[in-house]
Design a protein around this ligand. Structure first.
Ligand SMILES: *Cc1c(COP(=O)(O)O)cnc(C)c1O
Length: 408
C-alpha cells in the first residue's frame, strides 16, 4: 500500500454510517470487509452481547460447553446443505480454511490413503493469508512470489470463464477433469462457490459448480466450499452453494458469520467425514484453538443469523440488487469502464486500468462515502439494512467519482 495513502480516524459507527473524528459521516459501502450485514450498533445485537458479557465473556471449550455454542451449532447445521452435520469453531476465515485442509488430510489418512495430501483450486481464487490457505490461493495475485518456496505445491485449474446465469463450458471442466485424472494424491478441491471475491469479484456459472461436484464424486475427491465471503445471503441465496443445489463435503464460514461484530469462523463437515476421522488414528481431529467457540462471538453469530432469518432477506437482497444495478448502470457508458456486474448485494465496476488509491480514496471520502477499491475494481458490498435513498446516494457518488477520476 502507498505510504502516502490517507488513513481516517473513526470515532463511531451507527447503522450504515461511519463517523470520523473530524465530524464527517460516510455511507459505508464495504460493510467492514463485507461482514457488517445489519450495520453498526444494532440494538438487538448490542443487547444480546451485553447480556452475554454479564454471564461470561469467555470459557475454555475443552470438556466444557455453553448455550451460545450449542444454539449456533444447531442453527448452522439446520441452515447449511443437509449433509453438513458437524461444526468446528475457530477464530478467523484463514484458520477455518486450514482446518478444512487438515480435515481432508486426516480423512484420507484414516482411510489408509495417507499419500493424499495435495489440493486442487481455481486460479484467481482466494482462501486466506496463512501458509496453508496461501498455498491454495491464486499463485499470481496471491503471495506466491514472496512465500512460494514455503508453500506446498498444489494444483491450479483455470478460472471458470463461464458467467453466472449462463451454462458451463466444456473446456473449463476438461481442465478440472484432467487435473483429477493426472494426479493421484489429491485430497480435495477447494473453491469459492459462484463468487471469486478477492481474486477479482468474478461471478461464474452455477452449472460449473454442479459439474465440479460431479467430478469430485467421480474421482473420489472431497469438495471444500469456501463460503467465507458468500455465506448468509450476500449472493441472494443463503449460501452460494444453493445456487447449484449442491452439498460440499466441507464448508468454511467466516466474515458475515457474526454480523461483523467479532471474529469467528466455522468449518462444517459431513457425518461421513467426521466419523471416518474418529475411526482412524489418533481418533480425534488434531486442532484446538485456545479461543474456540468464544461465547461472545457465538452469541453475536446466533443473534445475527436469527435477525437475518426474521427479516424478508430474499426480497431485501433483490431490492439491493436492483438498486445497485440501476445506480451503477451509468458507468457502463464510460470509456474507462470495462464492465458493470451485479449479483445479490454485490455491485462491481471493472475498470480498464488500475485506480490511483490515494486520490480516489480522498475523492470518495470527500463525497461522503466509504469505498475501498482494489486493482481495477471498484465495488460495493453494502450492509443489508441500507435503504433505497441511501443506496442511491452511494451509487451516485461512486459513479461521479469514477467519472471525475478518469476524465479530469
Ligand atoms: C476473507 C476470506 C478468507 C480469509 O478470512 P480471514 O478472516 O481474513 O482470515 C478466506 N476465504 C475467503 C473466500 C475470504 O473472502
Amino acid at each position: 500500500m502507498n505510504s502516502d495513502a490517507p488513513i481516517y480516524h473513526v470515532e463511531s459507527a451507527h447503522g450504515v454510517h461511519i463517523k470520523l473524528q473530524d465530524g464527517r459521516e460516510l455511507i459505508d459501502g464495504m460493510s467492514s470487509w463485507w461482514c457488517a450485514i445489519h450495520g453498526y450498533n444494532h440494538p438487538e445485537m448490542n443487547a444480546a452481547l451485553t447480556q452475554q458479557l454479564d454471564r461470561m465473556s469467555h470459557i475454555m471449550f475443552g470438556g466444557l460447553t455453553h448455550s451460545p455454542a450449542i444454539e449456533l451449532t444447531e442453527l448452522l447445521v439446520e441452515l447449511t446443505p443437509s449433509l453438513l452435520q458437524k461444526v468446528f469453531f475457530s477464530d478467523s476465515g484463514s484458520v477455518a480454511v486450514e482446518v478444512a485442509m487438515k480435515v481432508a488430510i486426516q480423512y484420507w489418512q484414516a482411510k489408509g490413503q495417507a499419500e493424499r495430501q495435495n489440493f486442487v483450486s481455481l486460479r484467481r481464487g482466494y482462501h486466506g493469508d496463512t501458509i496453508g490457505a496461501m498455498s491454495v490461493s491464486d499463485p499470481e495475485t496471491g503471495m506466491h512470489t514472496i512465500f512460494g518456496d514455503a508453500l506446498q505445491k498444489n494444483h491450479f485449474v483455470e478460472q471458470p470463464g463461464c458467467r453466472f446465469g449462463g451454462s458451463s463450458n466444456a473446456e473449463d471442466l476438461l481442465g478440472l477433469e484432467n487435473t483429477f485424472r493426472n494426479n493421484q494424491n489429491i485430497a480435495a478441491l477447494i473453491l469459492e462457490p459462484i463468487v471469486q471475491a478477492t481474486g477479482g469479484m468474478w461471478f461464474y456459472s452455477a452449472e460449473y459448480l454442479q459439474q465440479a461436484r460431479i467430478l469430485c464424486d467421480k474421482f473420489d475427491v472431497l469438495l471444500i466450499a469456501d463460503e467465507i465471503a458468500t455465506g448468509f445471503a450476500r449472493t441472494g441465496k443463503l449460501f452460494a452453494c444453493n445456487h447449484a443445489d449442491i452439498s460440499p463435503d466441507i464448508m468454511c464460514l467466516g466474515k458475515t458469520l457474526t454480523g461483523g461484530y467479532l471474529t469467528l469462523a466455522a468449518t462444517l463437515t459431513t457425518n461421513e467425514v467426521a466419523d471416518t476421522i474418529d475411526s482412524g488414528e489418533p481418533g480425534v481431529f488434531m486442532h484446538g484453538p485456545t479461543f474456540m467457540a468464544n461465547p461472545m462471538a457465538c452469541t453475536a453469530a446466533a443473534t445475527s443469523i436469527k435477525l437475518l432469518l426474521e427479516s424478508p432477506w430474499k426480497e431485501n437482497i433483490r431490492r439491493i440488487e436492483n438498486e445497485l444495478r440501476h445506480g451503477l448502470e451509468p458507468c457502463q457508458e464510460f470509456e474507462s469502464v470495462k464492465e458493470v456486474r451485479v449479483l445479490g448485494a454485490i455491485g462491481v465496476i471493472e475498470l480498464t486500468q488500475e485506480v490511483a488509491m490515494t486520490s480516489i480514496t480522498k475523492d470518495f471520502v470527500g463525497s461522503g462515502v466509504w469505498v475501498r477499491p482494489f486493482g481495477r475494481l471498484v465495488y460495493l458490498m453494502p450492509p443489508y439494512i441500507m435503504d433505497n435513498d441511501t443506496l442511491k446516494t452511494l451509487t451516485t457518488a461512486v459513479v461521479s467519482v469514477i467519472e471525475r477520476h478518469f476524465f479530469d
